[in-house]
Ligand binder design. Structure first.
Ligand SMILES: CC(C)(COP(=O)(O)OP(=O)(O)OC[C@H]1O[C@@H](n2cnc3c(N)ncnc32)[C@H](O)[C@@H]1OP(=O)(O)O)[C@@H](O)C(=O)NCCC(=O)NCCS
Length: 280
């Protein structure tokens, strides 16, 4: 049975800290002071407990305009007029992979509401948190930016999802964003199945005016229709951006109709003879 999420109170403090700190470095530890400020109303802190009362999951969400010192939160403040910032989501190690994380987000989406602002968060790329990337990707989050924060000690993907449930391209999972090559010629990413066999790839080469030229997005017939092409494109976009490109272009005239529709679904726009994707 799925536990019900309820507001956390000061009497949960010790259990909250223990659950949170067991998930470091995927989430950071907070001082008791900050937890007390969160519980005092600065944040929305929600928990789910087992029938015996042990905390099994927690979420912390903040609206804009709070005095919270996180650089990631500050990034969203600078870049979005409104948002619901998920500062952390933690499921107890023994309860992962059983739908609690999904239930925690359902609780957040219900509170934000269909007409509410986008739900946003960041996920660590360095040190990597592939589980969380796959988790957020499967829930429909898409990448807004990749940023270096905390003096370059962390590289994070800024993610967002609208609350009305419109599906967005998802993100690379644990294996399907492996960078094969990033050099003067360009970037390539590949997807592998659980046995390490190639199931898809995407490649772009350096073009003129600081842009990449999309050369290929290819998904094995056995793996089509699962959003893998969109994830490969998202990975290529991330790597292209890291390589300093401002966007991707591809000649539209030689593209099959299906490929053209796929690219347009994934953010490319027609410009003359080209289809262009701006990294923004
Ligand atoms: C990330 C986290 C909250 C996910 O919670 P969870 O309860 O394990 O996730 P769920 O069982 O609800 O999974 C929902 C979907 O996410 C995806 N997913 C979850 N774990 C995954 C994994 N290890 N690998 C690939 N996909 C995964 C799946 O698509 C899953 O859907 P499915 O079960 O229908 O296939 C949990 O792993 C956690 O607490 N990690 C440590 C703290 C952390 O990293 N927090 C996020 C910081 S950004």
């Amino acid at each position: 049975m799925m536990p019900v999420f309820r507001p956390a109170t000061a009497s949960d403090l010790a259990a909250l800290i223990a659950l949170n700190d067991a998930a470091v470095p995927h989430v950071n530890a907070l001082s008791t002071d900050v937890w007390l400020r969160f519980l005092g109303g600065e944040a929305r802190v929600r928990v789910a407990a087992s029938p015996t009362g042990a905390l099994e999951a927690l979420t912390v969400t903040l609206a804009p305009g709070r005095a919270y010192g996180s650089e990631n939160y500050a990034w969203f403040q600078r870049n979005l007029p409104d948002f619901a910032y998920v500062d952390r989501i933690v499921v107890a190690a023994g309860r992962r992979g059983q739908g609690l994380g999904r239930a925690a987000y359902a609780d957040i989406f219900a509170a934000v509401g269909r007409d509410g602002p986008p739900v946003v968060c960041e996920v660590n790329l360095e040190p990597p948190n592939d589980t969380s990337l796959a988790f957020h990707g499967s829930l429909g989050f898409r990448e807004l930016a990749v940023e270096s924060v905390y003096g370059g000690s962390k590289r994070v993907a800024m993610l967002g999802r609208r609350c009305d449930g419109v599906a967005e391209p998802s993100l690379p999972g644990p294996r399907d964003g492996a960078v094969l090559r990033r050099g003067a010629r360009g970037v390539a990413v590949a997807a592998e199945d659980a046995h390490g066999a190639w199931v898809g790839g995407a490649e772009a080469v350096a073009g003129i005016a600081g842009r990449g030229v999309l050369v290929a997005v290819d998904v094995a017939a056995s793996h089509r229709g699962r959003g893998l092409g969109a994830r490969l494109l998202a990975a290529l976009r991330r790597e292209g951006k890291a390589a300093g490109w401002t966007g991707l272009s591809v000649r539209a005239d030689a593209l099959p109709t299906e490929a053209r529709a796929f690219l347009i679904r994934n953010g490319f726009a027609a410009r003359g003879d080209l289809l262009d994707l701006e990294f923004g």
